[in-house]
Design a binder for this molecule. Structure first.
Ligand SMILES: [Zn+2]
Length: 339
């Protein structure tokens, strides 16, 4: 069986050896990673017009625990790993089968945990029963399963009956925020203020540093967001040093966690910002640019993320134990793993 299709070039190897190998701690808790079996995807080309139905399969056809470990061995050799795993966010899928698959990947590892994919249409009793039966530690809603995939509010993705289930069971919610202004949106901030007050036992991970691939939304939101309780962040897919600087300057360092967002960060390219926008600059786009004045080859987004994190952490003189907390202990504490 093919575990992955990752190709390491001499450029990737140089970036790893010269910039990252000495920086990345030996023990990692990947607090945002996807596992999947493509047979659970029921999307058609009509459902996924922009990305294509199987773009997420490109680096790894089937992502189970073995494939995950193999990706780490290839990109980040010599590290010890535990994972916060969730299924992949297909536009349409067999969610129950995908959730069973995710739970099975953590079976041999008491330090790894699984989160349950929870489309907005899921019934609260079904969620509660599945969480109890399969031992999920958190919920993973997503904007593609809300009525308006771009301008959806938090409760459009995760309706309040499901938040109540999370509150009753002390679950963590992995929240990839919607809306074009992301965390700088007034409704997103107001919703987080209200929901954390009304459901005080829910802990929230705001994925991708509150979905800030560029710095301005986080800089704008920080004064209010700082005062909201029960908020953690993973920095998967964030590559901009400015965003890391904004996060590390504005929030307690024990609330910030490493995450890989595999399979996304196994792609090559970069996230770029302009105006009030941001986007994934893909390998194909870079090829079309026909650049000749320098080596135009992109590297893994995961490497670009670590470059951004490293520059910010060096600029801010973070001590080694804080760095190690961010890459491992903060997640262990949030998830209550004590063995
Ligand atoms: Zn993700």
């Amino acid at each position: 069986m093919i575990e992955h299709r990752l190709e390491i070039t001499d450029l990737d190897r140089r970036i790893w050896e010269e910039e990252l190998a000495d920086f990345l701690p030996e023990q990692l808790y990947d607090a945002h990673v996807h596992v999947y079996d493509p047979t659970h995807c029921t999307s058609t080309t009509d459902d996924e017009p922009t990305e294509g139905v199987t773009w997420w399969e490109r680096p790894v056809h089937l992502m189970d625990r073995t494939a995950l470990d193999a990706c780490y061995d290839t990109l980040y050799p010599g590290r010890r790993l535990n994972y916060l795993m969730m299924g992949w966010v297909y536009r349409r899928g067999d969610w129950d089968a995908a959730n069973e698959f995710t739970a099975a990947q953590t079976a041999d590892d008491p330090r790894s945990v699984a989160f349950m994919l929870t489309p907005a249409a899921f019934d609260a009793r079904h969620v509660a029963e599945t969480v109890d039966r399969l031992g999920f530690r958190g919920l993973k809603p997503y904007r593609w399963w809300a009525d308006d995939e771009n301008e959806c509010r938090i409760t459009d993705m995760l309706p309040e009956p499901l938040i109540e289930v999370a509150n009753d069971r002390d679950l963590v919610v992995m929240m990839h925020l919607g809306k074009s202004r992301a965390i700088a949106d007034e409704e997103n901030l107001a919703d987080l203020e209200r929901l954390t007050r009304q459901y005080p036992r829910v802990k929230w991970i705001l994925a991708h540093l509150a979905r800030c691939l560029v710095a301005w939304p986080l800089e704008e939101a920080a004064p209010r967001l700082r005062d909201i309780p029960n908020i953690w962040f993973d920095f998967s897919s964030v590559t901009s040093t400015d965003v890391f600087m904004a996060a590390l300057r504005n929030f307690p360092h024990d609330r910030i966690m490493y995450g890989s967002d595999f399979p996304v960060d196994l792609m090559k390219g970069q996230y770029i910002g302009w105006g009030k926008a941001w986007a994934h600059l893909t390998e194909d786009m870079i090829k079309q640019m026909g650049i000749t004045h320098c080596d135009p080859r992109p590297t893994f987004i995961g490497y670009e993320m670590l470059r951004g994190a490293r520059r910010a952490m060096l600029n801010l003189d973070l001590d080694r134990s804080t760095v190690e907390d961010i890459f491992y202990h903060n997640a262990v504490r949030l998830l209550g793993i004590n063995h």
